[in-house]
Design a binder for this molecule. Structure first.
Ligand SMILES: [Zn+2]
Ligand SMILES: [Zn+2]
Ligand SMILES: [Zn+2]
Length: 353
């Protein structure tokens, strides 16, 4: 029999059909890889991208030349453009505006064929440091109300280039999913004077839906996971902004990401997935503060890892219901089965195959 669960933050419903077998071979459909020779993101091809915005490179190596470890450039095929005015206007009863924003590509490594779960922890740390610093910088542009960091892995998750990248998009509006999370979190706070995400962390850490934890972060399979093997990574201490993470936080974040992505690979054999960072909007004071509830108190930044291993059908699009053939308790147990503590002196978790 199927069961229905409701997510306490989005209030979205998820169907878990317990009689439908989960087939993980879906994960590898639609894949094709482009060659390093034609790749604008490979070292030696720096002139094929727009001029770089930021890069980590050894002293002495020049801008837009090889030698970098992590490099951010404007997206040549940007969804939004940084120049211009919004020119908000009405068209009869409709509202419109120009697509002003920013769209950057964070090239994660010079290695065309590298996989996220195989990166050294220090590489993941540099990628997240770059993401933090780009988000901080984009927040200074007061035209932008929300900065979205995301990563697509494999074609069926929306990847367009083989070379490993993340992307950063600055938006002139707060997008719908973030608005819904904020609204629910605010309602919860107004009723209980507690952050709903902190409540989830307190209830589920060390429970059947926990995947792993370290000193500063915990990875959980959400109670109403929309996707098989969905995983959310939360800072244990309440914080509303990813961009406020400090250097020791970055080290701990890289550590848990290495564990989660290694275990994800071990469970599903390098599946397609999306990774997104959700944080409070860039200018919350305009929209989300009032005397009773400040976004700083009720919103909690997090990373969502969303494996794309089942097809989304018209039913999902039509209703907002999701259908998930894997219960999160099963998913978390599968993840945990691939994780063991190897080094007791540092307490660091490592994943095993
Ligand atoms: Zn490449
Ligand atoms: Zn919280
Ligand atoms: Zn979220």
């Amino acid at each position: 029999m199927s069961i229905l669960r409701r997510d306490p933050v989005s209030l979205g419903w998820v169907i878990f059909p317990t009689d439908r077998p989960f087939r993980k071979e879906h994960a590898h459909e639609d894949d094709e890889r482009d060659s390093p020779e034609q790749c604008p993101f490979c070292p030696g091809h720096e002139a094929e991208t727009l001029p770089e915005i930021s890069a980590y490179r050894p002293p002495g190596s020049g801008k837009d030349s090889a030698g970098w470890r992590v490099r951010t450039v404007p997206n040549k095929y940007a969804l939004l453009r940084i120049e211009g005015k919004f020119d908000r206007r009405g068209e009869g009863l409709y509202d419109m505006m120009n697509a002003v924003g920013a769209h950057e590509v964070l090239i994660e490594t010079p290695d065309h064929d590298a996989r996220f779960h195989e990166y050294p922890v220090t590489t993941i740390e540099e990628i997240m440091r770059m993401a933090r610093d780009r988000v901080k910088d984009l927040t200074l542009d007061t035209r932008f109300r929300y900065i979205q960091v995301f990563r697509n892995h494999r074609r069926r998750a929306g990847e367009t280039m083989t070379h490993p990248t993340s992307q950063i998009i600055a938006l002139p509006v707060v997008p719908r999913w973030v608005r819904e999370e904020i609204n629910q979190a605010r309602d919860h706070y107004l009723q209980k004077e507690r952050c709903i995400f902190c409540d989830i962390i307190n209830q589920d850490t060390r429970g059947p839906r926990m995947i792993c934890e370290n000193e500063a972060f915990v990875a959980l399979a959400p109670y109403a996971s929309r996707f098989p093997y969905e995983c959310w990574i939360y800072p244990k201490d309440h914080a509303h902004l990813f961009q406020s993470i400090n250097d020791s936080g970055l080290t701990a974040l890289a550590d848990i990401m290495k564990t989660v992505f290694s275990a994800l690979h071990a469970v599903l054999d390098d599946p397609a997935y999306n990774m997104i960072i959700h944080q409070a909007p860039a200018q919350p004071e305009k929209f989300y503060h009032d005397v009773r509830a400040r976004v700083n108190d009720f919103y909690h930044w997090h990373i969502e890892v969303l494996p794309r291993v089942v097809r989304v059908s018209g039913f999902e699009y039509g209703t907002g219901f999701y259908v998930n053939p894997v219960l999160p308790e099963t998913a978390a147990a599968d993840y945990r089965g691939k994780i063991q503590i190897l080094d007791e002196s540092t307490g660091r978790l490592k994943a095993i195959d």
